[in-house]
Each structure stands twice: as structure tokens, then as C-alpha cells.
Design a protein around this ligand. Structure first.
Ligand code: MTE
Ligand code: MOS
Length: 772
């Protein structure tokens, strides 16, 4: 051992490099196991839900005889058959599993039918004869507000004296905006497979972002304790927020049937049922009033938002809170009043969706800035920039958190240059001057997004790392894999700590019997929280190995280095598996738990103030579109996005997240339209009528880059979250479309454009501009 190279610590890192998703090969080969692919246990039965056909009604009578008589049917269960509590609500317990005599939306489950096959169950579910006594239904957020029908008390956040500030504002914009909801459209639908175990035990295999909550809901529904129930999820075929609370109904219903029959029961929703039953992104209606000066600086702002919460609270409170905390986006608002109300409507109970209210809060202020710029005849980027948060002053959010990591100025400079924004603006003006029908539009929009759950106690995580005697490593953590790459990142973190290549690390299914009391994988915090917990576990093992290595080879434990699958100790280079074997024989604990709780957070829901976020993630995007002003058709020609992922743990995965979020957010703001008929039935409940972006909607010229920036907070390897914030980047697409429409009126008129900006909506706006 005389090689100087091995005496010193070599430069090595298991994080920060682009590694393929741990399941990439399995995904591509079709070998990745989703819940429905798990081999079925002998005696498995299949279930379907019987749904309400009325938006609001008392159930006078239910005749289930035809359901029971249908081919292959084994059992039918209603509210009367629930052994425990008839509730699957995440926070406020107003979510019945089966309608208790009152139905509150079209699609609400009334019963579950269990049959020998999936098909037989589905056929039977439609045969119930339900007699309803109909009640008046509230279907829109505006109607809910008019009726003062709310699922929660309205909230208000105010700072400064907006009354006085409005009085001295030289100019004012005032108006209304409507931004539609969005279906999560995970490719794998909701599913739960409940398998009874001995002594009242219940194993539930399911597609969920929140295994611990599923465990609690199932235990309550069955009248059992949490330790009776095990919930497991290896991966989801997408969740996007739609499997945070909304998987509970399916888990509870399957478990109730399985417990009653003492047989395994699988409940898998087909697409139409999934869309009819489950909640979506909240649509928002805004009334705004903003005062500004001659330079375009905002001096006073007031917004009143009302959302379509649906029939129950679900996560609407936290979603509205995040909307309130993101109305500021990247802008300092000295005197501001923000109100939000969760309208109770006779529709699906709306829920989490990537961004969790943040996009809905921020788009309103962007709409306003767009109008101020047009009113002043200035480029919107300039107006945005002068309203940005400062770095030393003008840096306190309306909810009292000091913005200490503001990089939006530098990020804007970089993207303005790399996207060639100014030159393209000129080219577009020239194009529009000679093109009467086709109009081009360009927009630059920034993002600031708070990272952490607003509710402080949720910001904790646990992990379990096993080093086996052969040196291979197994990691389990409380987060769930939904395609976003959390397992890959956690595996990288563990590999980094132990100085081995990631190929020696394997991640296993999330399992409530391994790591307890987990939070939902949500709010983009999955890798932040579980990465830190796994690092804590791996570090403890590393420290024990280092102490043992020093016993064997001498030197100082602090000088022991783990890198390149090797342990470097006092001039010796020992292969990692060799040291592990020796340490085992010397009776060293080679596995460990790990835990993490994000420091420094606080939130007071009454005053809506505190330090709810650990840090902010930033980003910006530039979009260029061309709109056919005769048909309303349009195309995204080029998109440039720059995103602050801190010191990215895995740039390839992070860029994938930015691209995916961009296109998903673009779908929300353009083509994805939810439409309910007068009876309150969602008519867009399949891909035939609900248009998510396809690959051909991606711009041919799509330039996504990560902004070079270390997190000022001590996050996992100084990285930043990436899951949700990029969903706000395609605001640029929406405002580019609005810019193109505005070219029809030579930018003299603010086009009244609501989202989604479907072709019909675009044509309507063009017509209005031409009429003025
Ligand atoms: N990416 C994929 N591929 N599939 C998903 O379902 N969900 C998003 C985002 N990215 C999602 C995704 C949402 S809503 C969140 S909150 C985060 O991933 C959750 O994962 P993270 O906290 O590990 O980033
Ligand atoms: Mo994401 S909406 O926080 O699951």
C-alpha cells in the first residue's frame, strides 16, 4: 500500500450526475410491476362501484336485487355493511365511503359489487334501481359564492394599508378571470387490492402517494388499529396529486369487501369511473383590482378568489392556502389583500394536482402584470422585472417570510439573453405587421415556488438502510415512486454516503410496516425529506464501518474515506464488500434507520403568517406561439425554460421533470377542458372528450436548462425540489397566446382570455378585441 493516490481521498461523488431512472429498463421492457400486475392470490374476486346519477338528492330507495342476480356476482355492500367508520376524508371527516342516504355529486359511490371477474362486476354495478328525491344543486364556484356555500370558512391574508395605497395609485386595473380545473390523467388508474391476513390483518396493495393515510383510513373503515393494516406501493403509473387523498376511497372500499368476504378483492377503476368519481385540480374564479404607478410598479393589490372545492373539503383548505401564499409569485406587494374561499359544489371533491394551488395563485398576478404592461405600452418583461422581490429590501412576503435566496433577477438576465428575447420580440412585431391572419406572440414568465408543506408537522421522513454481508445495499424510505425518480435520487444519496456505485443499491416498495407514520409524497418534498432520512441512516452505518476499519488498520475514523467501492483507511484500500464481511464477523450492526425533520419552519393558519417554506425554487420560461386568428388554432413554436434545481442530484431526471411539468401545465392552460352538463354530470370523462397534450404538441424547439445555483438552505446536497414548480413555466404559453391575440388590436386592448385557452376561447377573445 505505497500508492500515494490511495492514501488521500479521491474525488468522488455518487450525486450530481445524470443516472438513468432505476426502473427505466423495466418501464421500457414492460416489466415494471404496477399494482394490477402483481400475481393474484388464489380466490381473488373483482369489484366495481355503483355510482350516483344525480348531483344532489336523497336516496329514497335502492333495489339491489338485479345487481345480486347478475352473472358472477358474489356480494353487494352498502353503507350498512361498513364495520367501522364511513369516512375516507384526509383532514375534515366529511367524505363518506358509500353515500349515506344523501348523494352530493354525479359519480358518488353508493355501493360496491363483488364478482368473479372485473367485467361481471362492472356490468352488475349498472343494474341498481335507485329512487332519488332531487335537491337543488350548486355547480360552479361563482354560484357557491352567491349562495355562501363553502366547505371551510373563507381565508384572508392582508398586509399594509391597501385602502390608502389604492387612494394614491395613479392607475388601476380591475377585472375578472376564470381558470379551469384539470384532470390528473395518471396513466395507471386508481386501484386497490385488499388481501385478508390472519387475525384480522389486512394487506392492501395500492397505487398511492400516501401509504400511511391509506393505512389509517382502512383501519378506521374496518374498526381496527393501524397495526392490523399493511399498505404497500412499489410504484405508481403517475399520481400528480391525484393519489394523495383520492386513493383512500378505493382502498377502503376494497378492504371492506375483503374483510366481509374474507377473500382477496381487487378494485380497479376504468378511466370513465376514475374521472367521474375522483377530484381534480381546482378551477378558480378571480376578481382583482390592482393600483400601479407610471413606471408600472404595483402599489396596491386586492384579489378575491373562489374555487370549486366540490362536495367535501378534502385538501381544498391547504390548496387554497398555497394559492394565497403564491399570489405574490416573484413580486413584492407592499399593500395587499388576498381572499380565498372554497366553494362547496355538487361536483367531485377537488384535490391536489401538481402545484397544489400555487399555479392558481400565481397566474392571477401574472394576468394583472400582463395588463399593466399593455396599458402602459411597455414590454411585459420590463414591468415584471421592476416588480420583482429585492435581495436586501422589498424582500418580505405578504405572509411574513423573508426571501433570503432570491435569484430571479440573475435567472431572468440569463434567460433573456439565451432566449434572444429582445431580438425575437422585434422579429415578431415585423411578422405581425404584414400577417393579417396568422399572429405570433411571445411571453416571458417567472416563477417563485415555496418548498415545504405549509403544515409544519408533515415535514418529516424516515428511512431504513440495510447493508447485507455481501456488500449489497437495500434502501426503504417513506416516499413513493410515481415516475418522478425519488428512488433513483435516494439510491444515489445512499451510494454517495457509502462510497459505492449506485448499481449496488436497490430500493424496495414503500411499506407501512417498514417505515411508519410517513407523510404523503407531495409538495415536491419527496427527495428533500426522504433523501435526508436515507442519508442519516447510511451515515450511521458508515460511521460504524469507519470505527471498525480504524480498529483493524489504525488511523483516525474521520480520515476514513468511502469512494469507488473502496474504503480508504490509514494507507489501505479495502474493497467495500470485504470490509463489510469483516465488520459483520466482528458483530457490527450493518443496518440502520434514519430520520429527518426540516428545521426552521412555522405557520399560523389563523393569521396566515410564519415561515412556511424551507426555501424557494425559481425558474422562468419564454414561449413563442403562432395563432390562426380565423380558427383559433395555434402552435407552440419554441419554448425556453431555465429552472433552479439548486445543485441538482440528477440533472437528467430534473430536466425530465421540467419538460413534463411544462407540457402538463400547458395542457391545463390550453386544451384540457372539464365540462359538466346542466345536471352536474362531467361529460369530459375520457380521452375522447378530454384533450391532454400529445407528443405532437411538444414544441420542436424546446430548450430546457438548469440554473447553476446552490441552495442556501442545508438541503440534501444543496439541491432544490423540482416536482411541481416547473408546472408554472407554461404560463408563458398562455400569455404568448394572449400576446398574439392582442396583436389583432395592435396591442391597444387587453384580450379577455380565460383558461383553458381552447380554440373557442381564443376565437372569442379575438372577436372581442375586433369589436372594440
Ligand atoms: N412526475 C411523474 N413522472 N409522475 C408524477 O406523478 N407528480 C408530481 C411531481 N412529478 C409526478 C411527477 C407531483 S404532484 C409531486 S408533488 C412530485 O412529483 C412528488 O414527488 P417529489 O416530491 O419526489 O418530487
Ligand atoms: Mo403533488 S400535487 O403535491 O402530489
Amino acid at each position: 500500500m505505497n500508492d500515494a493516490g490511495i492514501l488521500k481521498a479521491p474525488v468522488w461523488s455518487g450525486v450530481g450526475t445524470s443516472r438513468a431512472h432505476e426502473s427505466a429498463a423495466l418501464h421500457v421492457l414492460g416489466q415494471a410491476t404496477y399494482t394490477d400486475d402483481i400475481p393474484e392470490v388464489q380466490g381473488t374476486l373483482h369489484a366495481a362501484l355503483g355510482l350516483s346519477s344525480k348531483a344532489h338528492a336523497h336516496i329514497v330507495a335502492i333495489d339491489l336485487a338485479p345487481v345480486r342476480a347478475s352473472a358472477g356476482v358474489v356480494a353487494v355492500y352498502t353503507v350498512d355493511d361498513i364495520p367501522g367508520t364511513n369516512d375516507c376524508g384526509p383532514i375534515i371527516h366529511d367524505d363518506p365511503i358509500f353515500a349515506p342516504g344523501l348523494v352530493q355529486y354525479v359519480g358518488q359511490p353508493i355501493f360496491i359489487v363483488v364478482a368473479d371477474t372485473h367485467d361481471n362486476a362492472r356490468r352488475a354495478a349498472r343494474l341498481a334501481r335507485v329512487t332519488y328525491d332531487e335537491l337543488p344543486a350548486i355547480l360552479t364556484p361563482q354560484a357557491a359564492r352567491a349562495a355562501q356555500s363553502y366547505v371551510l370558512p373563507p381565508m384572508r391574508l392582508a398586509r399594509g394599508d391597501s385602502e390608502a395605497a389604492f387612494a394614491r395609485a395613479p392607475h388601476k386595473v380591475q377585472g375578472e378571470l376564470y381558470v379551469g380545473g384539470q384532470e390528473q390523467f395518471y396513466l395507471e388508474g386508481q386501484i386497490a387490492y385488499a388481501i385478508p391476513k390472519e387475525d384480522q390483518g389486512m394487506l392492501v396493495l395500492t397505487s398511492t402517494q400516501h401509504p400511511s393515510e391509506m393505512q389509517h383510513v382502512v383501519a378506521h373503515a374496518l374498526g381496527l388499529h393501524s397495526h392490523h393494516v399493511v399498505v404497500e406501493c412499489r410504484r405508481m403509473g403517475g399520481g400528480f396529486g391525484g393519489k394523495e387523498s383520492q386513493s383512500a376511497l378505493w382502498c377502503a372500499a376494497a378492504a371492506i369487501a375483503a374483510a366481509r368476504l374474507k377473500r382477496p378483492v381487487k378494485l380497479r377503476a376504468d378511466r370513465d369511473d376514475d374521472m367521474l368519481v375522483t377530484g381534480k385540480r381546482h378551477c378558480f374564479h378571480y376578481e382583482y383590482e390592482v393600483g400601479y404607478d407610471d413606471t408600472g410598479a404595483i402599489v396596491a393589490a386586492r384579489v378575491d378568489m373562489v374555487t370549486r372545492a366540490g362536495y367535501s373539503a378534502d385538501l381544498s383548505g391547504p390548496v387554497a392556502t398555497r394559492a394565497v401564499c403564491h399570489f405574490d409569485n416573484t413580486y413584492y406587494l407592499s399593500d395587499v389583500e388576498i381572499r380565498a374561499a372554497c366553494g362547496k359544489t355538487n361536483t367531485q371533491s377537488n384535490t391536489a394536482f401538481r402545484g397544489f394551488g400555487g399555479p392558481q395563485g400565481a397566474i392571477a398576478i401574472e394576468y394583472v402584470l400582463d395588463e399593466i404592461a399593455r396599458n402602459l405600452g411597455r414590454d411585459a418583461l420590463d414591468i415584471r422585472r421592476i416588480n420583482y422581490y429585492g435581495t436586501v429590501d422589498r424582500n418580505v412576503t405578504p405572509y411574513g417570510q423573508v426571501v433570503v435566496d432570491n435569484v430571479i433577477g440573475a435567472l431572468t438576465d440569463e434567460l433573456e439573453a439565451t432566449s434572444d428575447y429582445r431580438a425575437r420580440r422585434q422579429q415578431i412585431d415585423l411578422f405581425n405587421a404584414t400577417s393579417p391572419v396568422l399572429k405570433k406572440g411571445l411571453a416571458f414568465t417567472p416563477v417563485k415556488f415555496g418548498i415545504a408543506f405549509n403544515v409544519t408537522h408533515l415535514n418529516q421522513a424516515g428511512a431504513l438502510v440495510h447493508v447485507y454481508v455481501d456488500g449489497s445495499i437495500l434502501v426503504n424510505h417513506g416516499g413513493t415512486e410515481m415516475g418522478q425518480g425519488i428512488n433513483t435520487k435516494v439510491m444515489q444519496v445512499v451510494a454517495h454516503e457509502l462510497g459505492v456505485d449506485m448499481v449496488h443499491v436497490r430500493a424496495t416498495a414503500t411499506d407501512t410496516s417498514k417505515v411508519a407514520n410517513t407523510s404523503a409524497t407531495a409538495a415536491s418534498t419527496g427527495a428533500d425529506l426522504n433523501g435526508k432520512a436515507a442519508q442519516d441512516a447510511a451515515r450511521q452505518i458508515r460511521d460504524r464501518l469507519a470505527a471498525y476499519a480504524v480498529k483493524l488498520y489504525g488511523g483516525e475514523p474521520e480520515a476514513v474515506r468511502f469512494a469507488f467501492d473502496t474504503v480508504y483507511v490509514n494507507g489501505h484500500a479495502v474493497p467495500f464488500p470485504e470490509l463489510v464481511q469483516k465488520a459483520y464477523l466482528a458483530r457490527t450492526q450493518l443496518w440502520s434507520d434514519g430520520y429527518y425533520a426540516t428545521p426552521g419552519l412555522s405557520w399560523d393558519p389563523k393569521t396566515m403568517s410564519g415561515r412556511p417554506f424551507s426555501y424557494f425554487a425559481y425558474g422562468a420560461a419564454v414561449a413563442e406561439v403562432v395563432v390562426d386568428t380565423l380558427t383559433g388554432e395555434w402552435k407552440l413554436l419554441r419554448a425556453d425554460a431555465l429552472y433552479d434545481a439548486g445543485r441538482s442530484l440528477n440533472p437528467a431526471i430534473d430536466i425530465g421533470q421540467v419538460e413534463g411539468a411544462f407540457i402538463q401545465g400547458m395542457g391545463w392552460l390550453t386544451t384540457e377542458e372539464l365540462w359538466w352538463n346542466d345536471g352536474g354530470k362531467l361529460m369530459t370523462h375520457a380521452p375522447s372528450t378530454y384533450k391532454i397534450p400529445g407528443v405532437s404538441d411538444c414544441p420542436e424547439d424546446f430548450r430546457v436548462r438548469l440554473f447553476d445555483n446552490g441552495n442556501v438552505e442545508d438541503s440534501i446536497h444543496r439541491s432544490k425540489a423540482v416536482g411541481e414548480p416547473p408546472l408554472l413555466l407554461p404560463f408563458s404559453v398562455f400569455f404568448a397566446i394572449r400576446d398574439a391575440i392582442s396583436a389583432v388590436g395592435d396591442h391597444q386592448i387587453n384580450p379577455p382570455l380565460n383558461a383553458p385557452a381552447t380554440s373557442e376561447e381564443i376565437l372569442k377573445a379575438v372577436t372581442e378585441v375586433l369589436a372594440r
